[in-house]
Design a protein around this ligand. Structure first.
Ligand code: UDP
Length: 362
């Protein structure tokens, strides 16, 4: 039996194609939700919309400091492992739930499978970096989305059981594009190419009032309409810093609650440009054929950076701000994905299932 350990929004989106493929092949699976994301629109909506197996158990760890969440999750994951005794545990991405899963699982002598392994920013100040490093070093089987991730692992001496299978988020993107179920454009009277899509939630941006002021200052200068489905953590910080009203009063900024996957895809593929600090959203910008301005100094997707698909915005540099404002004005050239198969062909989940089948005689 296979155990999936997930806890937040991007992990549900990564879990969807993998669990579906394993289900199609008839394997027994258990989904453990740590409860890191608990709002209905950050969690349940994805299980419903993406038809994911409902979590067998929600560990209810909620929010807190990194250590509180990781500690609580480890204790609860250990109990779940004892109860279910899986053949392997699949971990996704780089969150505190991933880290907790890795540490609890390795001590139970259960093999660890890491999906989206090998991403590195080279910055330990980036809170997810420690999660990535520890998880990869404890994993028995590492599935990478791109060649850069394989190289990163090799540089740390991890070469065995590393597989470049493509990106499971691309699988979800392609599967979902077929149904195209979004309604958000119509609801808010948005036009194709008429707005910039913005999301931001990274600690690097949200844990400083000054940075939040810089972001609002930037939005005041842009002449584009901005549509921002806002992460609850970002909203809480803006309220704490007494900046929410100032942002909401900007005439061209539409703040929405977090949207479901179909609405997000609709917002993404129809945007003029994407402004984000999200790892997932910046990579999906490429799937969607919409260029991206990355509001954080992290080199998560080196190939997309090299190709200038993603360009960085440094709020401490006037020149960088000017560049980004110009970029937002540029005509959208309708470019589609032109880089060859960096993230696979949308069959990452099948390839993962093939390899797991062979390795664990499932
Ligand atoms: N997403 C969504 N609704 C939103 C914002 C994001 O469905 O309102 C999706 C997005 O398309 C991507 C994933 O959530 O698939 C990314 O999550 P997030 O930005 O929270 O995390 P990160 O990728 O930075 O870890």
């Amino acid at each position: 039996m296979i155990m999936h350990i997930v806890g937040n929004r991007p992990q549900f989106i990564k879990l969807a194609p993998v669990s579906k493929e394993l289900q199609r092949r008839g394997y027994r699976q258990v989904v453990i939700h740590t409860g890191q994301h608990y709002d209905e629109n950050m969690s349940e909506v994805f299980f419903e919309e993406l038809g994911i197996l409902k979590p067998d158990q929600n560990l209810g760890i909620g929010s807190g400091t990194h250590a509180q969440m990781t500690g609580r999750a480890m204790i609860e994951i250990e109990k779940a492992l004892e109860d279910h005794r899986p053949d392997c545990a699949i971990l996704y991405g780089d969150t505190d739930s991933t880290l907790a899963g890795a540490i609890a699982t390795v001590k139970m002598n259960v093999p660890i499978v890491h999906i989206e392994a090998g991403i590195r920013t080279g910055k330990l100040k980036n809170p997810e970096e420690a999660n990535r490093i520890v998880t990869d070093h404890l994993s028995d089987m590492l599935f990478c989305s791109d060649a850069a991730s394989v190289r990163n692992l090799r540089a740390e001496g991890i070469a065995d059981h590393v597989y470049q299978v493509g990106d499971v988020m691309y699988d979800t993107f392609l599967q979902y594009r077929k149904s195209e179920g979004g309604t958000v454009l119509k609801k808010h009277g948005l036009k194709q190419d008429g707005y910039a899509l913005m999301t931001w939630h990274r600690q690097e941006n949200t844990h400083s009032r000054e940075r939040m002021r810089q972001i609002i200052g930037f939005l005041k200068k842009t002449r584009r309409q901005i549509v921002c489905p806002m992460h609850p953590g970002t909203r809480a910080k803006l309220v704490e810093y007494d900046l929410m009203e100032e942002l909401e009063e900007l005439p061209d900024v539409l703040i929405l609650p977090p949207v479901g996957y179909a609405d997000m895809m609709e917002l993404m593929v129809n945007a003029h440009i994407i402004l984000t600090d999200s790892g997932g959203v910046s990579k999906e910008s490429y799937f969607a054929g919409v260029k991206c301005i990355l509001m954080v100094d992290l080199n998560l997707w080196p190939d997309l950076m090299k190709a200038n698909w993603i360009t960085k915005l440094d709020f401490d540099s006037e020149a960088s701000i000017r560049d980004a404002l110009l970029r937002m004005e540029e005509k959208r050239d309708g470019e589609t994905a032109v880089l060859p198969d960096i993230y696979g062909r949308g069959d990452a989940s099948e390839r993962i299932a093939d390899i797991l089948e062979r390795a664990y005689q499932l």
